[in-house]
Structures are given as structure tokens and as C-alpha cells.
Design a protein around this ligand. Structure first.
Ligand SMILES: Cc1ncc(COP(=O)(O)O)c(C=O)c1O
Length: 336
């Protein structure tokens, strides 16, 4: 049994160069940190999610009733697990492990669909009688982006389809995001603001769904779960200016990721193709040994073997700036 509660943050620290956690380096940006800091003046009042809800709704061309602010995407998975009573819950792996962990913690049985080969979505592998399906897009840890039509084909009446779009803003223009879709029955889109904006310690994300489902999930949420500084961050990160900033970053990320993937391939490592997020899934025999050797050289990468569907030959590598990427490439060239 793999440890579903293992995450990249437990692999960093001790002065290690961080290629293990997928939070954008150099964040939060100063303008955002200043907005959050200024909100401290309002801490005596209980949080009011109204303005942030409206800002998020505008950003995704939705109605505010379609939005529920959460303490990170992680809280959204817990709310879904607590509020729903699936007869057959299916999690498409490899993917972020908290959705399955939350379902199990809430007492649900979970069936896994394991994608193989290039980790592209095989909709036929999802059982017809699944009434809860969870899938990531683009997927952590494979970095693979599934086409919007393939995901949409999984939606049907009587089924809740949860698409984790925590890394959707890594993809310029977000062409395969379902965040604006209101025509798909039972669709829940989960988004995170902690990665691109460097707010992992603040805890802020949200979900988008039809209003009746939003109300049901809100009933499962602790009162005032999302703090005033987190709500201010959600509003700020949803502004047209912030979305444009993320878009510029995503274009730059695409170049850096392509370059890093090419360089890793030149070193003889197998990089999962179709990568579109801020990290790469790498396969090489004895990846565990390589990971430990990297640690001895001051570099942390994320182990792959705690993801259902992956094994000891996988590691995940975050994409950093060119100079930092060059450092891992230098060490890898020595080790390989
Ligand atoms: C795919 C994916 N979804 C959701 C999350 C949780 O994000 P948050 O920090 O918003 O809870 C993570 C965090 O690593 C993730 O990788």
C-alpha cells in the first residue's frame, strides 16, 4: 500500500535546492504580498467571501452562486468526500493523492483506474456505473493535459465529475479547462491559487459547480474556513491584470520546460511526453538511487513511487529558471 499522504514538501528543507515542490519560485509577487499584508488591518472582522466570490466568478465567466472559496484545493476534496455519498467512486491515477485519501478518510470505498503508457485519458476505462469520478488536468505528476472533449465525455446525469485544475494556469490560454462550462451535468472544477501565486502557506483555492451542489458542499465546510487574507488573495489573483501576469509566466514556463525536457532526454532519461504543467515526470531504471544521489549533492526531487500507477523508476522534477535548471543538469550529467 503506497503512502497517499506523502507529498513533495516532506522532501525539501535542509538547504536542498528544491525541485520537489511545484510552487512557482520567487512567489508571491510583491504586489500580491502587499495586498495580503494590508488585509491584516481588517482581521477583527469575520471574513466576508462575497467580493472574492464575485471576482472568481467574473474571472471564469460564471455566476457567483457557482463558486465556493476553499482553504486550498485540498479542502475542496475533503468537502466533496464529506458531502457526497457515492455508490462507486473512481479515481483516475496516477494523480494527486489527496482526493483518494479524503474519500477513504470519509469512509468511502475507492476504485482506481490506472492510466498506462503515455498516461493519456482512456475514457472507456472509467466504469459506466461510477457515480463519482476524479481526474486531474493537467495531471500531477505526469504533467499530461487531457483534451477538454475527452473529459466532457465523462460527464453524465447521475454522476459527479471532479476535474482538478490546480495546474491549469500553467497552460497558456487554458484551452482544455472546463472552468467556464455550465452545460455539463455534475461537473465540479477544482482550482488552486497556491502554486502559481506562491500561497501554499496561506491556503486558498475554490471550486466551480452548479449552485445546488455548491450549497451542499458549503454545508460541509467549517464556518469561516477561508480567512480574510486568503479571500483578499483570491480576489487579487482573479483580476484581469493577475490573469495576464499568469499568462505571461505560463508562456515563459513552456519554453523553460521544453528546454529542460530536451536536456534531460539528452542525458538518457525518459521524460513523459505531452507535458504541459510546471513539472516533468522522468523515468529511469533505479530512479530511487538517483534521487538519493541527488540529495547527497544538495538537490531534492519528488519520489514517484508513492503515486498509484507509478513505481521505483519514476521521479518528478519541477521546472525552475534556466540557471537553476542548469544546476540539476550539471549534477545529473556527473551522476549518470
Ligand atoms: C494536482 C493538485 N491538486 C491540488 C493540490 C492542492 O493544492 P492546494 O495547495 O490548493 O490545497 C495539489 C498540491 O500539491 C496538487 O498537486
Amino acid at each position: 500500500m503506497v503512502d497517499l499522504r506523502h507529498h513533495g514538501d516532506s522532501e525539501v528543507g535542509h538547504g536542498l535546492l528544491d525541485f520537489a515542490v511545484n510552487v512557482r519560485a520567487g512567489t508571491p509577487p510583491r504586489w500580491l504580498a502587499e495586498r495580503i499584508a494590508a488585509s491584516v488591518a481588517d482581521l477583527a472582522a469575520y471574513p466576508d467571501p462575497g467580493p472574492a466570490r464575485r471576482a472568481v466568478a467574473r474571472r471564469h465567466r460564471r455566476h457567483p452562486d457557482d463558486v465556493l472559496l476553499t482553504a486550498g484545493a485540498a479542502e475542496a476534496f475533503v468537502l466533496l468526500a464529506r458531502a457526497l455519498a457515492p455508490r462507486r467512486a473512481v479515481v483516475v491515477h496516477p494523480q494527486f493523492t489527496e482526493p483518494e485519501a479524503a474519500l477513504r478518510a470519509a469512509g468511502h470505498r475507492v476504485d482506481r483506474v490506472l492510466l498506462t503508457g503515455g498516461f493519456t485519458l482512456d475514457t472507456a476505462a472509467v466504469p459506466e456505473d461510477a457515480d463519482l469520478v476524479m481526474v486531474g488536468n493537467p495531471t500531477n505528476p505526469t504533467s499530461v493535459l487531457h483534451p477538454a472533449e475527452a473529459l466532457a465525455a465523462l460527464a453524465r446525469p447521475g454522476r459527479i465529475l471532479v476535474v482538478d485544475e490546480a495546474f491549469a494556469d500553467c497552460v497558456p490560454g487554458e484551452p482544455d479547462s472546463l472552468s467556464a462550462r455550465t452545460d455539463l451535468p455534475g461537473l465540479v472544477v477544482v482550482r488552486s491559487l497556491t502554486k502559481t501565486w506562491g500561497l501554499a502557506g496561506l491556503r486558498i483555492g475554490y471550486l466551480l459547480a452548479e449552485p445546488a451542489l455548491v450549497r451542499r458542499l458549503a454545508e460541509a465546510q467549517p464556518l469561516w474556513s477561508v480567512s480574510t487574507p486568503a479571500l483578499v488573495a483570491a480576489g487579487a489573483c482573479s483580476s484581469p491584470r493577475a490573469v495576464a501576469e499568469a499568462e505571461t509566466w505560463a508562456a515563459d514556463l513552456t519554453e523553460r520546460r521544453t528546454r529542460l525536457a530536451d536536456d534531460l532526454t539528452d542525458l538518457g532519461l525518459a521524460v513523459t511526453p505531452g507535458h504541459r504543467a510546471s513539472f516533468l515526470l522522468v523515468r529511469t531504471p533505479g530512479a530511487g538511487r538517483l534521487r538519493r544521489a541527488l540529495r547527497e549533492h544538495g538537490i531534492a526531487v519528488r519520489r514517484g513511487d508513492t503515486f498509484p500507477g507509478l513505481g521505483p523508476d519514476h521521479v518528478r522534477v519541477a521546472v525552475r529558471d534556466a540557471g537553476t535548471n542548469a544546476q540539476i543538469l550539471r549534477v545529473l550529467a556527473e551522476l549518470l
